[in-house]
Structures are given as C-alpha cells and as structure tokens.
Write a new protein. Structure first.
Length: 241
C-alpha cells in the first residue's frame, strides 16, 4: 500500500444546525476528510481538549450560539484552521469573522468544488504556520509555570502575572535554549518571520516588558541577559519566595 493511500485523512469538525446542510457537507467532504459532526460549541471545545482536529467548519447563525464567538474561543486555545460558513454576506460580518482569527469565510449557497478548495487551502496554510511556529506548550522551569493558554506566569509561591502571546514565545525560546545565546535574528525570525532590523525597537521593548513582569513575580533583575550586538540568553534561576 502506498504512503498516499495509507495516510491519515485530515479530521474536520463541523458545527451546523441544519440537518440537510449537515448531510450535504458530509457528502461533499467524506471522500477526502474524516468528518466529525458537533452538536454544540461546548462539545467542540471539549473535543479540542482530548481529540486531534485539523480544521473547524462553523456555521455562524446557530440557535443560542454565535459561530464567531465559538471561533474566538477556539482561537484562544488553538491555532487550527477555522472556516466560517454562513448565509450572511454583509462585509461587517465577514470582517468580524476574519478579525477574530478565522482563516476563511464562505457564504451559502456555495459551489462544492470551491468549498473543498477553500478547506484544502486553509489546511495547507495552517500546516505551514504550524511548522514555522508550533503550538505553544505549558513550560515548567525552576518552580515556575508559564501557561500559554492562560497567558500567565505563575510561581510555586502563588504569585501570578499576565503576559502577552509575544512574551510567552520569548520566554519559551529563551528557556529552551538556556544558557546559550539566541541571536536577535533568530528571535526576530521566530517571532515575526523576518530578520531583525536595528531601527525597529519592538524586540527590545518586548524583552523589557518581559523582564519587568518576571521581576514582579520574584525573578532576579538580570534573568534575561543582553549580549550587546549579538542577542539574549536566559539564566534559569528560581524566583524568590
């Protein structure tokens, strides 16, 4: 059996309340994807915790639920591709969906081939982003935990402070490479996808903010060491109690 034949089908979770539309979507996608029908946003969110899902296809107008809000909840926990499906074509609705992190927006009625092409493209772009920036993991080091989903640094002593997604990534990169130096170019490519530019001070600003927050939960002032003209390193020292 060839690798192509034996490869796992991408798993697509669908949240749609109309039975006829559910049947149509299953017929269109069943050949190329493992289709999983979800009954509610809460069921989908629970599935994301325990199951592997490659893409979420969400109707916007759901009884008692809003597909855009569900997409927002998904994006707070996962980077899986999200495709919104709706009979609403107003530009403000489309913009709202894309602004909260959806990868695409398809209006009903749709051409089945276009739907399949849009889903395939969202999966392809999602795979590229995943390789460039893997899903963040909870980091535990020296009695300190940084949770990317809560976006918080928490110490064993019970201290906690909120951090941004960029600060989570910085902390993770520097910890994983400690005590080695991570160059400015390497940090910049990991965080924003391009080489560091001396005239742009964004990296230094993020480092400064992260340093300040680490100090507030008890880390030493020079937890993050600047190597002038080269980059930064993280000295793994436990926070004070």
């Amino acid at each position: 059996m060839s690798d192509t034949t034996s490869a796992r089908k991408p798993r697509v979770a669908i949240l749609e309340d109309e039975a006829a539309m559910c049947a149509l979507l299953r017929r269109i996608l069943d050949l190329d994807y493992e289709v999983v029908m979800m009954a509610s946003g809460s069921e989908l969110m629970e599935a994301l915790k325990h199951e592997h899902i490659d893409l979420a296809l969400l109707d916007i107008l759901l009884p008692g639920e809003n597909g855009i809000e569900i997409a927002k909840s998904i994006r707070a926990r996962s980077r899986i591709p999200i495709v919104l499906l709706s009979g609403l074509s107003a530009s403000e609705t489309v913009v709202a969906g894309l602004n909260i992190g959806a990868n695409d927006y398809i209006t009903k009625p749709f051409d089945p081939e276009i739907l399949k092409a849009r889903i395939a493209n969202a999966l392809r772009m999602g795979n590229i982003k995943q390789k460039q920036s893997p899903e963040p993991r909870v980091i535990q080091v020296n009695g300190c935990t940084i949770d990317p989903w809560k976006r918080a640094i928490e110490t064993a002593a019970g201290k906690s402070i909120r951090v941004t997604e960029m600060e989570v990534q910085l902390f993770s990169i520097l910890c994983n490479n400690s005590p080695n130096i991570v160059t400015r170019d390497e940090l910049s490519k990991s965080l924003i996808g391009k080489k560091w530019q001396p005239e742009v001070r964004a990296l230094d600003v993020h480092i400064s903010h992260l340093r300040t927050k680490l100090q507030k939960v008890g880390f030493p002032k020079h937890q993050i060491i600047c190597h002038r003209g080269v980059g930064y390193s993280m000295q793994l020292t436990a926070p004070t109690k």
